[in-house]
Design a protein. Structure first.
Lengths: 128, 180
């Protein structure tokens, strides 16, 4: 078995993941590209496990399992954030996410009752 | 070139090809389906590399759970069936950085391993992995379970409907109505 084949596969997959994270604008697609990167790392770990004689056998595979669990946790929290973003903004475009708190002078500009019913309607609509 | 090499080459080509389609396609749902193909090819790679347990865990958790969650998110956020043009930002920098990272790592690994050959070990069993997990790596395993609990609680708290309820959400809620 030539170890260079899976190693190069993993390197190319990691590059694709980096490209996807930087290029994509939709948050779900960004998460998919992150999955590509995590899988490239997993492939490196498993290949190293079979090609390198280590003191502890199968450590690479154990680490690959740990990375898979981490990816599952990451995707759960990430999708919760994405869905919350969609509920608040009706869009999952990463470029539109405001990174600062809204200014205080906007608080109380709209009539409170209208805003309350509007956001309540949005909640029930998305929550269904 | 042995049979394992041919298999690794073919599966690697499938994985990289479908990975390209994941980051390049204009259809949201198809990106998820190409991701299934890519992860399945990687599971085949793990099988060839004698990591059977990892391969089946990959099929169960990645293809079974993660991709289904991603497709759920696609459907819950936005469900255009056709192509959409606003998925990408124009990006030479992304192509430059991604290509640089991928080809740089590939050159590094090719330089490190050349065309050397390694004997594949006997097919790994779940018994060996379980022994390692519960003997050498028990502490990380337990820490990981705490992390999973934290992620569970975090996801539940993030999904609470009263987050972001501010008086100034009138603008965004009116945008919601328009979009609907």
């Amino acid at each position: 078995m030539r170890p260079v084949i899976p190693y190069v596969t993993a390197a190319l997959l990691f590059g694709l993941g980096v490209y996807g994270v930087l290029r994509r604008r939709n948050a779900v697609l960004v998460l998919m590209a992150v999955e590509l990167m995590l899988n490239a790392v997993n492939l490196i770990l498993v290949t190293a496990d079979t090609t390198v004689r280590a003191v502890l056998p199968h450590s690479g595979q154990v680490f690959a399992l740990f990375v898979i669990v981490l990816a599952a946790a990451e995707i759960g929290v990430g999708l919760a954030i994405v869905l919350q973003l969609y509920r608040l903004r009706a869009s999952v475009t990463v470029d539109d996410v405001p990174l600062t708190e809204p200014a205080d002078d906007r608080v109380g500009v709209g009539s409170g009752g209208d805003a309350g019913t509007g956001s309540a309607g949005g909640r029930t609509e998305v929550g269904r | 070139m042995t049979g394992a090499d041919v298999l690794l080459l073919a599966l690697g080509a499938v994985a990289v090809g479908s990975g390209v389609l994941v980051v390049a396609t204009k259809h949201l749902v198809r990106a998820g389906l190409y991701l299934v193909l890519c992860l399945g090819a990687l599971a085949g790679d793990y099988l060839v590399l004698t990591a059977e347990l990892v391969a089946w865990v990959q099929v169960l958790i990645y293809v079974g759970a993660v991709v289904v969650l991603l497709l759920f998110a696609v459907m819950l956020t936005r469900a255009p069936i056709g192509a959409s043009d606003d998925l990408d930002r124009p990006g030479w920098p992304a192509a430059l950085i991604g290509g640089g990272v991928g080809l740089g790592l590939a050159a590094l690994l090719v330089d490190a391993f050349r065309w050397s050959s390694v004997e594949l070990p006997a097919a790994g069993t779940a018994e060996g992995i379980g022994e390692q997990v519960f003997r050498s790596w028990v502490l990380p395993f337990e820490v990981l379970s705490v992390l999973l609990l934290a992620a569970l609680v975090g996801a539940i708290i993030l999904s609470r409907p009263d987050i972001g309820r501010r008086p100034d959400t009138a603008a965004s809620s009116s945008r919601t109505k328009v979009v609907r």
